[in-house]
Design a protein around this ligand. Sequence first.
Ligand code: FE2
Length: 298
Amino acid sequence: MIIRHWMDSPIFTYGRLREWRIFTRRRGDTPNAETGEVCNEINTYGRAVVIPGVTTEPATYAGEVVCMGVASGQGLLHLGDKKTTLRAGTTFFIPAGLRHRFQNTGDAELEFIFSRRSPGPSDSRAFACHHWSEDRHKNSWGSPMQGHWNHVPRGPGAGVLIADIPPRKFSHPHNHPPTIDEIWYVNKGLGWHWMRREYHVQSPGYALWLDPSELHSLMNPGDENLEFIYCASADNWTRAQAQKKPEKQPSTPPGLVTALEQKFSALAAAYRHTGLSVFGIDQNIEEVEKIIEALKKA
Ligand SMILES: [Fe+2]
């Protein structure tokens, strides 16, 4: 997994729109954590901002589809004469070649998390826009929440998904075909991202790109809601490819969820009891386990 804060990413300005490119498409076969060139399919993933009172210049991406989620603020999306209301929690999909502009109608920044990538066969669909409060029982593709998304009480999304993990809950550990991109961005709250035996703290502003073939889960160890913005390239042609070869996808080992829940509960209890810095969990796992043993005897 590769984690990067938007403030550590290069900034680009397009007229009145500013964007921070957190991750871009990789060069060669391996991801580069230093440069953020990690993605298999996504060309650009990042954070974009329009300041209050501003309307951006018209933009058109001829060869790319755009998926965006509103992390904060309010505004309008102009598509020709049509205006679509944007507010925190809105996600939308802009097909390739569709001219658009953004207007910030609020008194704070209008903030987006976005991805741009080449269109695939399943991307011939039209513009789509949803807010997570519209139907809390459907996923991005209009299906009932199930499987490893059954922890998500929000929906639907349009290319990206804005959802949450309640206090002391975590997403179901799972993995994917190796060539897709999956990026989790924490918008509010504090998360721990787990992959195999690794834990990484993920606080607001951090985006995390996963090696999708590894089992992974985002956990909420705190007492506040954890809001995340999920982005994957699985709408692209690799989804169809993956569905043709389900036998090659590794599955979750039996008992892993129960074992992980027990381990996580113990870690979270130790953290809350001792106040040990969550940043030290990765490096001090043995120390934490000793603390847990001491707590059991106390
Ligand atoms: Fe995943």
